[in-house]
Each structure stands twice: as structure tokens, then as C-alpha cells.
Write a protein that binds this ligand. Sequence first.
Ligand SMILES: O=C(O)CCC(=O)C(=O)O
Ligand SMILES: [Fe+2]
Length: 350
Amino acid sequence: MVEERGAGPRATIDSQGLGSAVGPTTGGQQGCYERLRGDGGPTRHVCLMGVSERDDDAVGEVSLSFGKVSSIERNAKNRGIRVVTYDAVADATAAQAGLAAGLAPRMGRTVAVHFCSLVPPKPREGLRCTSETAGVDVPGLTLIKGFVTEEEEGSLLKHFVQGDDVRWTGPLKRRVQHFGRVFDYHTRHVDFDAPAPPLPECLTDVVREMGDRGLKPSDPDQLTLNEYKPGQGISPHVDTHSAFEDGLASLSLGSGCVMDMRHPDGVRVKNLYLPRGSLLVMEGPARYEWSHGIASRKTDMVDGVLTRRATRISFTFRRVRDPAVACGCDFAKSCDRETPVATATFLKKG
Ligand SMILES: O=C(O)CCC(=O)C(=O)O
Ligand SMILES: [Fe+2]
């Protein structure tokens, strides 16, 4: 999609990227400019080539004499290029015709002036838009937005990040904290011998609310905190059936991110945005059959909008399964009662 694409042929990009704004107003558009050759245009953007920093005052003043300027931007790579954007195409058209002559006496030389168009950034490959999978249904998946307020989020983060007893651990790229029981990422099982602090009291309200709403696990006895800095993720996995009962609940704090849910048929994929403060609950097929994972990247495409990730801390609540009672799920292919759990994926990729 190109804004105001002129009729004329385009050159390869002359003005790549966006530099700092140098004129009377600041720019900061997203994308890059393409110079339109020959009769290309008109558009709201004119690019000046052959300008030095000494000329910036003159560029500002003369540009303004043609109409209302919304930005003047300096090219990030080529310091001799400016892009002047007018509010109105008519003013840009007058500027394209008259800027060179207006500037020449002030600069002591001539500049080339062309129309250009603004090309929005292309989404990076692999950035799936969450809205594209809106029609994909994952049975057993519930997302509750605003499960905690901003205030509750703030105090929970304070407790678990800045508190006196904060113990990040783990052999992974990202840091984790375990409560109730330790999950061992080598065996992908609960380590019943490892000591773990109990679930902290400050989570009582959150846990009660889960129970009141009839969500699983209604009475969690294990909690894992995962800290994801932008660029970190978790490889696709199904939480070990023999380790935890039905119902996994993940509270997202600090930042949202897109979670990718995949059906083992390799066809069905759901890219679900988990906003800050939301609770994701996976039960039945969503817990036992579909895998969940988070791609290691710094941005997500959320309903067509490129969204930066900040540090996200997830709180995953689970109920440890009694090792004497085998998993009785209906998804034998994903269940470790029939197939031994593959150990290494968490450790290799995090
Ligand atoms: O970060 C999350 O929301 C999910 C964490 C997770 O899947 C896990 O710890 O098994
Ligand atoms: Fe998981």
C-alpha cells in the first residue's frame, strides 16, 4: 500500500529510511520515501537533493513560503537529502515547481527537487497478524482480558521482581521462578525432591477469582514465573500430561505478546494476542492436544499494527498430578503415558 502513488515511474529508493526532522515541524512517519522520476506525482512530499546542513534554515524558510509544511526530514543515510511534506498536494506542487529557484540565491547553487511517495514498512516475514487467525477455534481456550487491574499488576510485579525474596533460576535463556513445586526442564517433570517456596499470599485474590469463575486449575499448587525480555520466547510445547492435571492458566503482566497455538495436524494455527493483565486458560484440547509457544522476536503484528514487546512476566498456574494416577486424557498421541517425553526442546531453544 502506497500513499498517493504518482502516475510516473519510480526510481529505486533514493531516500531510504527516515532521518531526524530538521524543519519547522517534526516528522517521524513510518516507512521510507521513494523518489518519483520524470513526471511522477504530484504527492504531498518533495525531496531536495544536494542540500548541506548549512542550508537547513534556507530550506525551512523557502519551503514554508509555498504553504503549510507538516514535516521536513533528513535522510538517515544521505545527509544531502531532505523530504519536505506539505499538508496539501497543491502546495507541494507549487513547491516542486518553485523550490529550486527560490533556494538557489540563498544557497549559492541549485538543488534537484522531485516528488516522492511514502512507502509503509513491510512487515517482517514470520510476523503473523493475529486477526488473520480470528476464525480458528481452539476448543478449551479462554482469554479473559483485564483479569487484573493496572494497580494489581503493579503491586504483583513489585513483589515478584523487586521483592526481598526474588529468586530467578533455570537453565534457560529466559529466567524463571518456581513456587509450590519445581519443574525440571531436563526431565520435563516435577522435581518432588527440590525445595520450593509456597504460592505467595499476595496471589490469593487471583486464585480465588479463578475458582469463582469455574476455571481450571481451580486450586493450583504450582506456579511458574517466566520472564521474557523483548526477543525472548518459549518453544512450542504441550505441558507434560503426567506432570500436571487439566487446566493451565497464564497471567500476562508487564507486556502483551502473541502466543502461537498449533494443532498436531500441522494445519490449524492460532496466533493469539495476550494483552497485559489478561488471563489465558487452556483446558481439554487446548491443554492436552494443541501446543503453545511464543516466537523469539521483539515485535508482534496485532490486528495489522506492528506492536513492540516490553518485558513480559507470565504467571502460569498449574495443579500437580499425583504420580500414582495416570493421565486419562483423550489425546493419546500427545500424551506421555504412551510416548516418552522428549526432553531437550526447552533447553535448546528456551
Ligand atoms: O508464558 C506463558 O504464558 C506460557 C508459559 C508456558 O507455557 C510454560 O511455562 O509452560
Ligand atoms: Fe507451557
